[in-house]
Design a protein around this ligand. Structure first.
Ligand code: PT1
Length: 280
């Protein structure tokens, strides 16, 4: 499994491109149009240099409403099958909190279960133990619909590290091999601007736990918190690149982003500079 997580030869992390399969992401042209548009987008991200694609059928953005298992399956499985048909070698991740969706996605070819709920749903750990896939455990306080109402921590860095440590322990006890586990601080998931910045400033606390770290800050609201003019998600590329470069320097294994080509280029330039510094 860990052969999937080897960094590039220049030391830069892997890049995971985001593929949202939610009706509001595309025109309301029906399921076939939705599948087609998501698959086209996925192939474009692979051409732009994505090492992974993260496929999600339920938004986990602040305020997002839950989606039924049947709807989520109907959204993501055809997209996974279409990508596998076009690019069998592509590494695919399923972004879901539901064990039933993860099971079907892995059966259809997904190599990672990315769970923003850290396998806390009923039956999730048992399902993960059965499945032959990587699992990413992310920290979230609360649930997407209400998580930004009143986030609070004693000390956000130690609280997040402790919670992830506990979830890792539970997952290992359920029978998941430690080589299959990644962790993620969950930027924007039940966190104020100060919480998000503190977590980013102390990423080495998480990388030091001994598991590969997946990091997702792309286009998130904290960027607007720093730069008030970045109101639209599409106006947050600069902040997203700054966060991805920082995560790479901190030793993260995978950065989850929307703007794959720009991120790969930024990471390559940073790695080239670091390499030149090492030789000089
Ligand atoms: C993430 C992540 C994810 N983020 C992982 N999976 C999202 N492992 C979905 C905002 O503040 O970071 N890691 N799956 C997207 N969720 C959000 C959360 C999007 C917050 C936007 C915000 O704007």
């Amino acid at each position: 499994m860990d052969r999937f997580l080897t960094p590039h030869a220049d030391g830069r992390p892997q890049v995971m491109g985001v593929v949202n399969v939610t009706p509001d992401s595309f025109s309301d042209g029906g399921r076939f149009v939705e599948t087609d548009a998501a698959c086209d987008h996925a192939l474009a991200l692979l051409n732009a240099g994505a090492d992974w694609l993260d496929i999600g059928g339920e938004s986990t953005r602040p305020g997002a409403e839950p989606v039924s298992e049947a709807d989520e399956l109907a959204r993501v499985i055809p997209v996974i099958e279409a990508i596998r048909g076009a690019r069998p070698e592509a590494r695919l991740s399923i972004d879901t909190m539901k064990p039933g969706v993860a099971r079907a996605a892995v059966r259809a070819g997904a190599a990672m279960w990315n769970d923003v709920n850290a396998l806390r749903a009923d039956g999730a750990r048992a399902a993960a133990a059965e499945l032959d896939c990587l699992v990413c455990l992310m920290h979230m306080q609360g649930e997407p619909r209400t998580m930004q109402a009143d986030p609070h921590y004693q000390d956000v860095v130690t609280d997040v590290a402790r919670m992830l440590g506990q979830q890792v322990g539970a997952v290992l006890s359920a029978g998941v091999a430690r080589e299959r586990v990644l962790i993620d601080p969950g930027i924007g998931f039940g966190k104020t601007l100060a919480h998000n910045l503190a977590l980013m400033a102390c990423l080495d606390h998480l990388t030091g736990l001994g598991f590969p770290v997946l990091f997702g800050a792309s286009r998130k609201r904290f960027i607007q918190g720093v730069d008030e003019s970045a109101v639209e998600a599409s106006d947050r590329l600069g902040g997203s690149l700054a966060a991805a470069l920082h995560a790479a320097r901190a030793g993260c294994a995978i950065v989850r982003v929307h703007d794959v080509r720009e991120t790969v280029q930024a990471l390559k330039v940073q790695a080239a500079i670091a390499q030149a510094g090492g030789i000089a």
